[in-house]
Design a protein around this ligand. Structure first.
Ligand code: CTP
Length: 403
């Protein structure tokens, strides 16, 4: 299962320079499992040929209203009824204005008016046009409308040479926003805390103990929980990833930092996906240790077991979910770990062999919970695994009887 599997998405392209990015967006929506059709305004066809989208989608591209040949392929009313979601990308100031007042003078605006599907507008334009009170009023009117959503434009260098807000966000951001619109809000009103990445335990400012965790699995879980409507906090060790949109990110370095930040927040669900270092130096030197001549046997002590502490605390979250990184007897060791740490569920993760989960874009896991059948998830992209994990969370009962 992928983020948008079985979903039908109509991408409506309007005439801005960012129209070229719509081709990549179509590809990314398809990769996320969606079936995509494309409609274009007259202006958009001057930036990108309809044939590009026809080749990508394998479907004719709608550009004209009441055109006998196009109406023969799929009539405009049928096109309006077809999608689960309409994504307008890029949405020019002109299209936003027409949509705000309900003008229908071309195929895209007529389809918007004739459709009951939710609409995700992705505004992209010159900064001044975006800032203009008329555009701002139109955006506010659309935001206030039922089943209508907007992706904030990015700031940066624009095609017109100006620097400011108005760039079309990168396609993966739009794909996530589309998934969020289409996901049932199974975690609405829940605060989910996810830990991710490695921790670093410093000997001195220049040396530390750590592990190869990339943080990708935890970041994907944070994004998936957000898409299901949760308020999400990501407590993250040092990684080179951008936090998902709309997720609060709390950067930490050591296991002790991570424990402090996790315990400082009250959450309904905690998912400890972090690869917490198990040992830390008993002392951390303020300055870099000089090598000198000899060997060195540093003294290490155990780091606090964050998840076990949380599961035993009086402020225990409703669900405390762990990860078990194992290289052998994966499910057996994970089950034992779940019992020993008092968890409501555990994600058993095989990190052995050559196809290790560390740093990989894909993962294969088994989900274990007391009294429940094991759920085996074959190898899939980490975001797809994360979607399944979050769906599974909504089925679990906490050990204190709540769900
Ligand atoms: N964990 C934690 N605090 C630690 C170590 C681990 O909260 N100091 C959490 C991890 O985030 C994970 C779970 O405990 O959710 C299991 O982590 P893992 O490293 O597999 O287990 P350990 O308890 O460290 O056991 P071992 O290394 O002996 O297998």
């Amino acid at each position: 299962m992928t983020q948008l599997s079985q979903k039908k998405i109509l991408v409506a392209v309007s005439g801005g320079i960012a129209a070229y990015k719509a081709a990549q967006l179509v590809r990314d929506l398809q990769r996320a499992g969606a079936t995509v059709r494309v409609a274009m305004t007259e202006g958009a066809t001057r930036f990108v040929a309809p044939l590009t989208f026809q080749a990508l989608t394998g479907n004719p591209v709608a550009t004209q209203i009441l055109d006998p040949s196009e109406e023969h392929e799929i009539g405009h009313i049928e096109l309006a009824r077809w999608p689960d979601l309409i994504v307008v990308a890029p949405a020019t100031a002109n299209v936003l204005a027409k949509a705000a007042v309900g003008l229908a003078d071309d195929l895209v605006t007529t389809t918007l008016l004739a459709s009951e599907a939710p609409v995700l507008f992705c505004p992209a334009m010159n900064t001044q046009m975006l800032r203009h009170p008329a555009t701002q009023q139109n955006i506010a009117a659309l935001r206030a409308r039922e089943r209508t959503f907007l992706v904030e434009p990015d700031a940066g260098e624009l095609a017109c040479g100006e620097v400011g807000a108005g760039r079309l966000p990168d396609p993966p951001v739009i794909v996530d926003a589309a998934a969020a619109v289409l996901s049932p809000a199974l975690l609405a009103g829940r605060h989910v805390l996810v830990s991710a990445g490695p921790t670093r335990e410093h000997f001195d400012p220049a040396r530390f103990i750590s592990n190869p965790s990339s943080g990708r699995m935890g970041y994907a879980i944070a994004a998936a929980a957000k898409a299901l409507g949760a308020d999400v906090t990501l407590v993250s060790g040092p990684v080179s990833l951008e936090p998902p949109t709309g997720v609060e990110c709390v950067p930490v370095v050591s296991a002790a930092d991570m424990q402090r930040e996790v315990n400082a927040r009250s959450s309904d669900i905690v998912v400890m996906a972090a690869a917490v270092a198990d040992w830390t130096p008993t002392t951390t030197a303020e300055h870099k240790r000089k090598k000198g001549g000899g060997d060195w046997s540093p003294e290490l002590q155990r780091t606090p077991d964050i998840i076990a502490g949380l599961a035993a605390s009086p402020k225990r979250p409703v669900l405390v979910i762990g990860f078990a990184a194992e290289t052998e007897h994966v499910v057996e060791y994970a089950r034992e770990k779940m019992k020993r740490k008092g968890l409501d569920g555990i994600v058993a993760n095989d990190v052995g062999g050559t196809d290790t989960a560390f740093g990989n874009a894909t993962n294969a896991v088994t989900l274990l919970a007391p009294g429940q059948d094991d759920v085996v998830l074959p190898r899939a992209p980490k975001r797809a695994i994360a979607d399944r994990i979050c769906g599974w969370l909504t089925t679990l009962q906490g050990s204190n009887g709540n769900s």
